[in-house]
Design a binder for this molecule. Structure first.
Ligand code: GLU
Length: 509
């Protein structure tokens, strides 16, 4: 890599719907690379296809990046030295580049109507042609500035006939992509079609806009998913024709994220089918109202999400799997990004989350858990949520698990699992618990050690096995046999609540 150039990388999504975890991984690798090289990470919105406009999709991308903490240095929101960063606002820029290509003979005007294009495909199909594309085979049979005379072309342009501009691909040439992950990739231009560069509405297509903007925004490296590899020869040719290969971005095509069985690219439908999220955050289709669940709302911590994404296609060569963001920034390297696709395993994803929840401080978790519980109708005001989080976080794999594991601290069980203790319950134990109440009432200190001491002393006076009593106390307090240390629970519940639950428990038996 040249040392004189500041590293500038970009994530260039088309805002057409939910943000797939593969997209976030592209963001992450861009971000890591930029931070590692003291470079800049740019977010460019590629919204030139007006027919694919989706209400709210752009804002949703900002929200996802914000949740992941992968904040761009330059974007439509923050602005920057190369603004605007939204391609629909850059429309006038592209036309001149398209014209430059036409003048140099690398592109041409095409006047074909949709019906004529359809007829071309029918014709090629009927002739059993191996390709149905608009390319060096078919272009001479179409209405364009190569097949028509110069006068005819001028006439059509003067008449205001709608046109597109297409790249003219010369067959039998080899385009070489030097991919930072995959090495040298050779493309035979004979298989590449004459892609539209400028549409009839004057908007560029993605192919033209991506090259022009990567150049104008001084992007040094372009990381994107492997699915864009087939477009690479077009982009490389455009770089060659417009700006020179010496100035071209360095490409890195990231491996696909595969279905759990390894059979093809992981899609939103796989998530729906197998019951796990594929998008970063909940996405509601504004037209159909269909909701697709996200990792955030499923209960993932962004730290865990970034960590698990980092491992889908990269490792540091050791057994280490848990990485903080600063470690990732330090250790990430393109040399260690895999070529083959990475299978997505939801159980493994949950493992990452569990590890992050276990090691997170209660302070870190507090705001998320407070919001989660409040949104689920649990008023956390009357108890020390901080302590509760510390006590139960090891039991939670997803943040949403905190709902079930903390509910009983705030809301006394309406009914207790009588069946689980009925066999152990007898008059002796009833007397034990009834006489425990005044002891608890008189307790001067209320912490797990003093409560345990009082409880055990009382049990030995009554000559009853402590284990059975503890189990019954637990069911009184929690409603069932689950939960952390029972004396920790009594501490958090407080004296009054503990006593009330014991009274209510006795009544139910
Ligand atoms: N606009 C493309 C997308 O939606 C960007 C591909 C690229 O990064 O070149 O993913």
């Amino acid at each position: 890599m040249e040392t004189n150039k500041q590293v500038r990388v970009r994530f260039a999504p088309s805002p057409t719907g939910g943000l797939h975890l593969g997209g976030v991984r592209t963001v992450l690798y861009n971000y890591l690379f930029a931070r590692q090289h003291n470079g800049k990470f740019i977010l460019r919105i590629e919204d030139t296809d007006q027919t694919r406009f989706v209400e709210g999709a752009e804002q949703y991308i900002y929200d996802c990046l914000h949740w992941c903490g992968l904040t761009p240095d330059e974007s439509p929101l923050t602005g920057g030295p190369f603004a605007p960063y939204r391609q629909s606002e850059r429309k006038p820029i592209y036309y001149n580049y398209a014209l430059q290509l036409v003048k140099a003979g690398y592109a041409y005007y095409a006047f074909d109507t949709p019906e004529e294009l359809e007829a071309m495909r029918e014709r090629l199909k009927a002739a059993n042609s191996h390709s149905l594309q608009y390319d060096h085979h078919s272009r001479m049979g179409m209405r364009n500035s190569i097949s028509l005379s110069e006068e005819e072309t001028i006439q059509l342009l003067e008449n205001g006939t709608p046109f597109v501009i297409r790249i003219k691909i010369q067959p039998n040439e080899t385009v070489i992509c030097n991919d930072l992950i995959r090495g040298e990739i050779h493309f035979d231009t004979s298989a590449v079609d004459d892609k539209v560069l400028l549409k009839a509405d004057g908007m560029p297509t993605y192919h033209l806009a991506v090259v022009v903007d990567d150049y104008l925004m001084q992007i040094t490296h372009a990381f994107r998913g492997e699915e864009w590899l087939p477009s690479a020869p077009i982009h490389i040719l455009l770089w060659q024709y417009l700006f020179g290969l010496d100035n071209m971005v360095k490409w890195a095509h990231l491996p696909l994220i595969l279905k759990p069985d390894g059979n093809g690219k992981l899609s939103k439908r796989d998530g729906d089918r197998l019951g796990f999220p594929v998008y970063a955050m909940n996405w509601t289709d504004p037209v159909t109202g269909e909701l697709t669940k996200g990792f955030k709302e499923t209960g993932f911590l962004p730290e865990a999400f970034n960590n698990l994404l980092s491992q889908l296609g990269w490792n540091d060569g050791t057994e280490q799997e848990i990485f903080s963001m600063s470690e990732l920034i330090e250790k990430f390297s393109l040399q260690r990004v895999h070529i083959s696709g990475a299978k997505f395993d939801f159980e493994k994803a949950k493992w990452f989350n569990h590890e992050w929840i276990k090691s997170a401080s209660a302070k870190r978790l507090l705001p998320d858990i407070t919001t989660l519980l409040n949104n689920n109708g649990i008023d956390t005001g009357n108890k020390n949520l901080f302590e509760i989080i510390d006590l139960i976080k090891d039991r939670c794999t997803l943040l949403t698990d905190f709902i079930e594991h903390t509910r009983y601290f705030f809301i006394p069980p309406k009914t207790i699992d009588v069946a689980s203790i009925a066999q152990k319950w007898d008059e002796k134990k009833k007397t034990f618990f009834e006489s425990l109440i005044p002891i608890f009432e008189k307790a001067e200190e209320w912490n797990s050690i003093t409560i345990e001491t009082l409880f055990k002393a009382h049990a030995s006076t009554h000559e009853i096995k402590i284990g059975e009593l503890q189990m019954i106390l637990r069911v009184f307090l929690v409603g069932c046999k689950a939960g952390p240390g029972v004396f920790h629970i009594t501490t958090i519940l407080g004296k009054e609540d503990t006593i009330n639950r014991i009274i209510s428990g006795i009544k139910q038996l």
